[in-house]
Design a binder for this molecule. Structure first.
Ligand code: FES
Ligand code: MG
Length: 572
């Protein structure tokens, strides 16, 4: 077989002025000439290292391990930084910048001389932004995740991100002192890595493993475990081979691979953010996927992994129990096992010898951790284009519920009123928040699991039905209806809800209805005024102009699809 000329040779293999320019400045790093002669695939290491993204702050070290693997396999590694999104620090929400980061990734990969790329992902948005961007170029690409934190310890108890919400409520009701609160902060985040429960970061890591974009076990090896560096080294070795095999992303990301990801997400009780990100990735690579697929493919899968927030334990524990291969093996009869993965083997081959070492952590189809899991997609006059709820995180008694709406016009209105003694709210009320969707906030923040009114918390109430066009943290829980589409800011029916309206949630029948007459709905619609937002310039202006609604993945309309990897013009 004749060897295909490497893409990087369109830069480094040139003669005359262009070749001089493409090579000479690179040589200021001490790189010998033979590296540019087209024998060694150039591997880009797309790094989201940042001290402002603490979940990815160990990535400089990890990148060195990738490089060792690339060198060993005969490649030529070149690391480059891209925009890094730290979930816990970025205001108003990291989601506002996911698409911006994906543009950085896409253009950086396409514009530079590389033959394959390692995508270094960790904190929530750093996975979808890198995968989306890389999908729109379609080089051989392999995801390396940073790994979860070691489980926190506080006053003799194991803790992690899902406890933040509980701590906050205990602090509010005086059960936790200010000193304890501060001590818990350091106790929870005691090692490198991303959130310890099956939050969005680990959900995304499981997503890429089930899609076939990462090596087996990538999702669960703890960040602090030396085997995480082994994973990085092996990823570096493997990407060199992938270039030789021309194993591009589009060969891996088939419709069947997306179906697998949806089933696996149900098996792990993964984050609702998964829906937005997987939808956006599918639209980049040109796979037809819509909201009903999430309901359909997760319907047959129960909760297999006993990990918070849907279960009891942590991603670290899941690794010791056998990791994602062992979880996937339990649902293998439902999976499309022929899907090819980055290691060149099929998903079926990758999980064939997986073993479960702890039945407390990994259930079976016959004896699952919980019978219900996955995502329920709701339709109705309140959400004509859909809304979602995660039944495994909800209270069973509220899954069918009719109650009076308590309406908050936006997040500020909610904050101002929620603890007001005069608020006429009880446990049967339905909390409704408007203007927290993609355009309304803007950026669709994780505020959908609104904290309950203090007076109800004091009574011992733990859950209420909550509805919004926003998102919820992957570690959040409760009977929370999210991603209502179309959003209120552009005149979706959510905008028309008034205090005292009755709302009927019926998860078993997948419906969400505002119980008012069609005439009344029309009347309210005619007096609706769209939200006017004060963003005249800059990125947010572009975002407001171009962003899609939740059911389309909140991507920019002009970013859907791929432009390939070819660049015709030179820089001089
Ligand atoms: Fe980064 Fe949770 S804050 S993964
Ligand atoms: Mg999160």
């Amino acid at each position: 077989m004749k060897k295909k000329k490497l893409r990087s040779q369109e830069w480094y293999g040139r003669t005359g002025k262009d070749g001089f320019i493409y090579r000479s400045w690179m040589k200021n790093q001490g790189l010998p000439h033979h590296l540019f002669e087209g024998e060694k695939p150039v591997i880009g290491i797309c790094n989201t290292y940042s001290e402002l993204t603490p979940c990815n702050a160990h990535f400089r070290d990890l990148a060195e391990a990738v490089k060792r693997g690339v060198w060993e396999a005969g490649g030529f590694p070149l690391e480059f930084p891209v925009m890094s999104l730290g979930e816990c620090s970025i205001k108003p929400t990291a989601m506002l910048f996911r698409n911006l980061a994906s543009m950085d990734v896409e253009e950086s990969i396409r514009a530079n001389p590389m033959d394959g790329v390692i995508l270094m992902c960790g904190c929530d948005k750093t996975t979808p932004s890198l995968v989306m961007g890389a999908a729109s170029v379609d080089l051989p690409s392999l995801v390396l995740s940073g790994g979860p934190m070691l489980v926190g310890r506080f006053k003799g108890k194991k803790i992690g991100t899902s406890d933040v919400w509980r701590f906050a409520e205990d602090f509010k009701t005086g059960k936790l002192s200010q000193e304890d609160f501060i001590e818990a902060e350091a106790a929870m985040s005691r090692s490198v890595g991303h959130c310890a429960p099956m939050g969005t970061a680990s959900t995304m890591a499981a997503m890429v493993e089930s899609l076939g974009l990462a090596l087996p076990d990538n999702a669960t090896i703890p960040a602090a475990d030396s085997r995480r560096k082994v994973m990085a080294h092996l990823a570096g070795m493997r990407i060199v081979e992938m270039v030789k095999e021309d194993l591009k992303m589009s060969k891996i990301l088939s419709r069947q691979a997306f179906e697998n990801a949806i089933m696996v997400n149900a098996a792990i009780g993964g984050s609702t953010n998964f829906i937005l990100h997987l939808t956006a990735i599918a639209k980049r690579i040109g796979v037809d996927l819509d909201l009903t697929d999430f309901d359909h493919f997760s319907a047959k899968i129960p909760l297999i992994a006993n990990v918070q927030p849907s279960g009891e334990h942590w991603v670290e524990d899941l690794f010791y129990a056998g990791g994602m291969p062992a979880v996937m093996k339990e649902i293998q009869k439902h999976l499309n096992r022929d899907c090819i993965t980055v290691n060149g083997k099929t998903l079926g081959e990758n999980i064939a010898n997986a073993e479960c070492y702890d039945r407390n952590l990994i259930g079976t189809l016959e004896k699952p951790i919980k019978p219900e899991s996955g995502i329920a997609v709701l339709k109705g006059n309140l959400c004509p284009n859909g809304a979602v709820i995660k039944p495994s995180a909800a209270s069973p008694h509220l899954l069918t519920h009719t109650g009076k709406a308590i309406v908050f016009e936006d997040i500020d209105d909610y904050k101002a009123k929620i603890d007001n003694e005069a608020l006429e709210v009880d446990e049967n009320s339905v909390l409704v928040m408007k203007n927290v969707g993609p355009k309304g906030y803007p950026g669709m923040p994780e505020v959908g699991n609104m904290g309950l009114p203090k007076k109800l918390l004091d009574k011992g109430i733990k859950d209420m039905v909550r509805i919004s066009d926003g998102r919820m943290s992957g570690t959040g829980y409760g009977t929370v209806v999210l991603h209502v589409s179309p959003e209120s800011a552009i005149g979706g029916p959510l905008a028309l809800v008034k205090n005292g309206d009755m709302i009927k949630l019926d998860v078993p029948n997948r419906s969400l209805e505002l119980l008012i007459s069609e005439e009344e709905m029309e009347k309210r619609k005619s007096s609706f005024k769209p939200l006017s937002l004060p963003y005249e310039r800059g990125y947010v202006n572009l975002f407001l102009d171009k962003v899609n609604q939740a059911h389309d993945g909140v991507d920019f309309d002009f970013l859907q699809g791929s432009s390939g990897s070819e660049v015709k013009r030179d820089s001089h």
